[in-house]
Design a protein around this ligand. Structure first.
Ligand code: GAR
Length: 202
């Protein structure tokens, strides 16, 4: 069966990348194939996960380019060279412009560690999201997978899952629970849904 070729963009530990790799190995992403890992920095542990699983990887650093335009041109060239049809942002902390996201309309998905529209947008990433949820005092948080457009965390929602906040939670404890109960479950499901849609051409 022809599969949608996927690039996973990462910046850090890559536990969501690992969830995708494991799901693909279990046959849970029959319509997609992780063909490339693109990291924003060379110290991302996600690169080790790619190597250990025989997945091609590349590092593209924003600061090595004179402009956002040339940075994104380089990424586009790499994606084209590798026949990439779909992008997954899995803890990718570098910004993408509308020029780039519009090239891949309904072909880029992002995982965000809250129930959008809460605790999202500019400045809400990684541990900060959980700090903000605890500070506000919400009793339920979760994760969201959404399409990426020009608005930070503003694209159409694909899947969401709620996670309870428990007494005594720290940002680190909550982050781990949100990952285990929501992110690592949702992301492979959403990726298969979108990869399947792309195969069917809609
Ligand atoms: C994940 O919690 C992901 O949802 C979050 O960064 C972490 C990356 O972890 N992404 C954002 O906050 C994006 N706004 P990982 O590298 O272990 O997958």
């Amino acid at each position: 069966m022809l599969k949608t070729k996927i690039a996973v963009f990462v910046s850090g530990g890559g536990t969501n990348l690992q969830a995708l790799i494991d799901a693909e190995k279990r046959g849970e992403i029959p319509n997609g194939e992780i063909a490339l890992v693109l990291a924003s920095n060379d110290s991302a542990y996600a690169l080790t996960r790619a190597t250990e699983n025989g997945i091609k990887s590349v590092v593209v650093k924003r600061k090595e380019f004179p402009s956002q335009e040339t940075y994104e041109e380089r990424m586009k060239a790499i994606l084209d060279e590798n026949g990439i049809e779909m992008i997954v942002l899995a803890g990718f902390m570098s910004l993408l412009s509308e020029d780039f996201t519009s090239l891949y309309s309904k072909r880029i998905v992002n995982i965000h560690p809250s129930l959008i529209p809460s605790f999202c947008g500019k400045g809400f990433y990684g541990l900060h999201v959980h700090e903000a949820a605890l500070e506000y005092g919400v009793k339920v948080t979760g994760a969201t997978v959404h399409y990426v457009n020009e608005i930070p965390d503003g694209g159409e929602i694909i899947l969401q899952k709620a996670v309870d906040i428990l007494a005594g939670d720290t940002p680190e404890v909550l982050q781990k629970r949100v990952m285990e109960e929501a992110e690592w479950v949702l992301l492979p499901k959403a990726v298969e849904m979108v990869a399947c849609k792309l195969r069917k051409g809609n």
